[in-house]
Design a protein around this ligand. Sequence first.
Ligand code: PGA
Length: 250
Amino acid sequence: MTKRLLFAANWKMHLGPTGAAAFLDGFLPEFTPRDDREVWLFPPALTLPSVVARVAGTGIVCGAQNVHWEEAGAFTGEVSVPLAADAGAEAVLIGHSERRHVFGETDKETGLKLRASLTGGLRPVFCVGETLDERESGATVEVVTRQLGVLAGLTPANLSTTVIAYEPVWAIGTGKTATTGDAARVHSAIREWMIEHAAPPEAVRVLYGGSVKPGNVVELVAEAEIDGVLVGGASLKAESWSEIVNAHVD
Ligand code: PGA
């Protein structure tokens, strides 16, 4: 069976409604839905509704970049799962390395967000990855396994809904990419962990993220362990994102 590749765009704090409209003017004419590929977009929260409206009927899934675990209340500046869903989100990024390392999000918080997302019907993309120091001290698998720990106890159905993104912190926005072999080893450890924790093997999806661009995407997704990519910088321009999504893979 050919795998169904997932191409996810994390726009981070870029592209407001105006910028996103211009992006979609360039991207949508280049996009043709395909059975063997999924495209998910993670715009900033303020941009989400306009993107949802614009991609309606294309099969493109839109998601939030972050959520709070409480359903509602006095949490100024936060977005809850029901609010994101009401704005058209179907997916959510959880535990992105910038949330963990810039905003100090803990494993416990990623776990709360993950469970709230699953309860509220959003499909989580759960991000894991080691820092350069952790990598150099040989702790990559240990760190990733610790981060995955918050998924322990989820039902097989919830594990099937959850996509994992392996994003080595040292490769994000730096132009450095893990070698395909390095990524494959970590992906394989993640897959094993998921299966040991009751995920149906055929449902486990592990994306790679970190300086993915048109020039390296083919090699990455051709690797059996890599089920797709989570892309930051190269997803912000219609031209490079089109090249990534339409990459020719044998
Ligand atoms: P990058 O970001 O592609 O710009 O390295 C990836 C990410 O942070 O998800």
